[in-house]
Design a protein around this ligand. Structure first.
Ligand code: PEP
Ligand code: MG
Length: 577
């Protein structure tokens, strides 16, 4: 029995058989055989079959795009089909196969030459090289799969893993993780990655036990090895013995379904963060008091064109009906940074986390997506249970952005009015994720109904420490006094009454909100709502019930007076690191 340590990410345990996920290795070619050993006829037939499969997948993608977003996106796939049937390219590949080259090598060689030609061209033609690579990869996926019925558009069947799989990977992308089946995946362990990376957040939302950042030693584990993933203690136990297996608590804590208040009667809302429709029902089962953060960007993943207004409307109304008596806070599209959506053509930037992210994109190059999303939301606000809807804007750093976003809502409302479509304007709020927003919190609440603090980004920007970089994990700590002061400033801005004469509320939806060891501090700082991966909601609710508000506020004052994170940890009774 060996124990590898990492960062516990989902505080649950699971036991299963290791299975490496290496999407990058999927398209590695086997060694080239001697040409005399190649059956050219059979290889030509394989190439023909692969073309048929790729054509079918490309046509499906084209129809799908045409139906949802219209002709321009669909045209991309028409170009792909033209590449697939390009007579010169096809002839070259067939001639190469005829010379004794297996189909996959012939495809790879001839496409490499064509890609090189396109890359040598100037301007938009050079971009066609990416289309060629896409077509090549569709062909290779079929040719390299042992399964004759392989699908040309699935890089890996990550969504169809057998029950009892412990998934091992260098790191997972958010879209990989979103595809996982929580009933099949007993755990996740990754070489790299941190607790607040989006993939880790999704794993938590799916209640999949996870340990991230295990490091190079993880690579020594072979497929099929029995593993215990202990996400509470950040351990991966290799070949666990019977006692360790039995000692592991693989059951999630029981749900606390009722709303909770502190021991002296201050109500605290404990809501769930969700990233997909699949996470809504488990959040309700865990007893969450509504949704405090619906990350709508996940509706945009794993597809080739944006979701339609109708699809978004359905997703939001599904959330509203799962929580008929509660608030559902939907965040408008938050992409950029580490959240890439291939078909949206986001700009390449040297510092994407300091670049075009969140509301910046929605108010500028992706204004069309923003308006479609707002239409879906305003319509949902008028459905049964829609009065619980709230909408918030991500990565706000300027008052002008809030004003522009609010006027976009007003203009969408006017359009819907003109069309005679039923709608309502929901509560509007902003995420506080930048130091600018924290400094301006008192002005933001004059214009909005609520603020929600996103500590994952706020800690990153206050401390100038990348949330994805393990090397600066000690800096990226929401318990640093500078971050606590930013939270305090935000929470204090909502005390009393705002200029419009209505009370604004303040919540937190960063990962910090889900740590029961920090609940007293957060209540003491004045937060009204805490939103988290649903798996931690029961423990946080239990903790809230034990808290005395006056003691909590004294604790917060003490923490705010600290100069170092070590002192803050000491005040909270936490160990050094
Ligand atoms: C945050 O930044 O704390 C947050 C909740 O948003 P995300 O993690 O999606 O960036
Ligand atoms: Mg954020």
């Amino acid at each position: 029995m060996r124990v590898l340590t990492g960062v516990g990410s989902t505080p649950l345990s699971g036991v299963g058989a290791a299975r490496w996920y290496r999407p990058e290795a999927d398209l590695t070619l086997p060694d080239r055989p001697d040409p005399s050993a190649v059956d050219a006829e059979a290889e030509l037939a394989r190439f023909g079959d692969a073309r048929d499969a790729a054509r079918e997948a490309i046509r499906d993608a084209r129809d799908w795009a045409a139906e949802r977003v219209g002709g321009e996106e669909a045209a991309v796939f028409e170009a792909h089909e033209q590449f697939l049937d390009d007579p010169e390219l096809v002839e070259d590949i067939e001639a190469t196969i005829g010379d004794g080259t297996p189909a996959e090598h012939a495809v790879s060689d001839r496409f490499a030459a064509a890609v090189e030609q396109f890359e040598a061209l100037e301007g938009p033609m050079a971009e066609r090289a990416d289309d060629l690579r896409d077509v090549r990869d569709r062909l290779l996926r079929v040719l390299l799969s042992a399964d004759a019925g392989a699908v040309a558009d699935r890089p890996d069947a990550i969504g169809d893993l057998p029950a009892g799989t412990v998934l091992l990977a260098e790191r997972l992308t958010p879209s990989d993780t979103a595809e996982l089946d929580p009933d099949a995946v007993a755990g996740i362990a990754t070489v790299a990655g941190g607790r607040t990376a989006h993939a880790a957040i999704i794993a938590r939302s799916l209640s999949i036990p996870a340990v991230v950042g295990v490091g190079e030693r993880l690579r020594e584990i072979a497929d099929g090895t029995e593993l215990l993933v202990d996400g509470a203690d950040g351990r991966v136990v290799v070949d666990p013995d019977a006692a360790t297996r039995e000692g592991a608590d693989t059951d999630a804590p029981p749900a606390v379904t009722e709303r909770v208040s502190t021991a002296d009667g201050r109500p605290i809302e404990v809501a769930a963060n969700v990233g997909s429709e699949a996470e809504i029902a488990p959040a309700a089962d865990r007893g969450a008091d509504g949704i405090g953060l619906f990350r709508t960007e996940f509706l945009f993943y794993d597809r080739e064109a944006p979701p339609t207004e109708e699809e978004q409307h359905e997703a939001v109304t599904a959330a509203l009906s799962a929580f008929p008596d509660d608030r559902v806070v939907v965040r408008t599209l938050d992409i950029g940074g580490d959240k890439r959506v291939p078909y949206l053509d986001l700009p390449e930037e040297t510092n994407p986390f300091l670049g075009r992210r969140g509301i910046r994109l929605s108010l500028d190059e992706h204004r069309d997506l923003f308006e479609t999303q707002l239409r879906a939301l305003l319509r949902a606000a008028a459905t049964e249970g829609g009065e619980g809807l709230a909408v918030m804007f991500p990565l706000v750093s300027r008052i002008e952005e809030v004003e522009a976003a609010v006027s976009a809502v007003e203009s969408v409302a006017a359009d819907l009015d003109g069309e005679g479509v039923e709608h309502a304007v929901p509560e509007l709020g902003a995420m506080v994720e930048t130091p600018a927003a924290a400094f301006l919190a008192d002005r933001l609440v004059d214009r909005l109904d609520f603020l929600s603090i996103g500590t994952n980004d706020l800690a990153q920007y206050v401390m100038a420490a990348d949330r994805e970089n393990d090397g600066v994990a000690a800096y990226h700590d929401p318990l640093h006094p500078a971050v606590l002061r930013a939270i305090d400033r935000t929470a204090s801005a909502t005390e009393g009454t705002d200029a419009a004469g209505t009370d604004a509320w303040v919540g937190m939806c960063g990962e910090m909100a889900g740590d029961p060891e920090l609940t007293e501090l957060l209540v003491g700082l004045g937060l009204d709502e805490l939103s988290m991966s649903a798996v931690t909601a029961p423990a946080v609710k239990e903790r809230v019930r034990e808290i005395d508000s006056a003691e909590a506020s004294a604790l917060a004052d003490e923490a705010l007076a600290c100069e170092t994170r070590a002192e803050v940890r000491d005040v909270l009774g936490l160990d050094g690191e």
